[in-house]
Write a protein that binds this ligand. Structure first.
Ligand code: ZN
Length: 247
């Protein structure tokens, strides 16, 4: 690795300022309403048309909220534009890093993207906008146009495996980076959480920015508890000004 590299692992906490709820958090929807978890569980989704109809209604409602990037997303873009090699590994499916201006190829979406759809039978892909236009037009569970199979969002549901290619790239970045910043992630969902350990094992400086303690805090060189919207811009500005030599 000839160039210094900053890797950011971002979780739900990065998008809460954009109005996207942390479904898994202590007050998360999935804790309060176990039924809601079925909407994003592969087995239930595939076997129950009513679950699928509710899922499509939920997707339509969440699109209507029109989430915008926040200060944390913009701070990452600023760092990238300053010339520091940055890679984002995200557990979020909202696409807000890219909306804020991060190039697609520098963002790894571990849990897929809510902006796409994929056929569970022939694996044809399409856009969520197109699928939701069909829902708006009255199809309450739109099938794949290619094969008639069941369509789902291009996100990794409970009961589905992460894309091994994406995970392999995330591991490679974690091994190569000089600084690994885990932001807004409880670091409790594997294998994403383990990337923090991989980075630390390979000599990266590990920084954790999260409101709650995480299982990796003891391994970290720095733990920041302040709100992400102020903590991350400051942290990344310091990185930019001092360069990576000072870390
Ligand atoms: Zn299909």
């Amino acid at each position: 690795m000839s160039k210094p590299l900053v890797a950011l692992l971002t979780g739900a906490g990065v998008s809460t300022d954009s109005g996207i709820p942390d479904y898994r958090g202590p007050d998360g929807l999935w804790r309060r309403d176990p039924d809601a978890e079925k909407l994003v569980t592969y087995e239930y989704y595939m076997s129950d048309p009513e679950i699928r109809r509710r899922s499509w209604r939920m997707r339509r409602a969440s699109r209507a909220l029109g989430a915008e990037p926040n200060a944390a997303h913009r701070a990452v873009v600023e760092l990238e534009r300053s010339g520091v090699p940055v890679r984002v590994i995200t557990q979020n499916v909202d696409g807000l890093h890219q909306r804020a201006g991060m190039p697609d190829r520098k963002v790894l979406e571990l849990h897929g993207s809510a902006h796409g759809v994929v056929c569970t039978r022939c694996h044809a892909r399409g856009s969520m906008d197109d699928a939701l236009a069909r829902v708006d037009a009255g199809e309450d569970d739109p099938p794949c146009r290619e094969c008639g199979g069941i369509l789902k969002s291009a996100t990794v549901m409970f009961g589905e495996r992460l894309d091994p290619m994406v995970l392999g790239q995330a591991v490679a970045i974690s091994k190569a980076c000089q600084v690994f910043v885990a932001v807004g992630s409880s670091l409790q969902v594997q294998p994403a959480a383990g990337l923090a350990g991989v980075a630390a094992d390979h000599g990266a400086r590990l920084v954790i920015v999260n409101a709650e303690p995480t299982p990796y805090d003891e391994l970290a060189d720095e733990v920041v508890r302040e709100p992400i919207g102020t903590a991350l811009p400051r942290l990344l500005r310091d990185l930019r000004l001092r360069g990576l030599d000072g870390v």
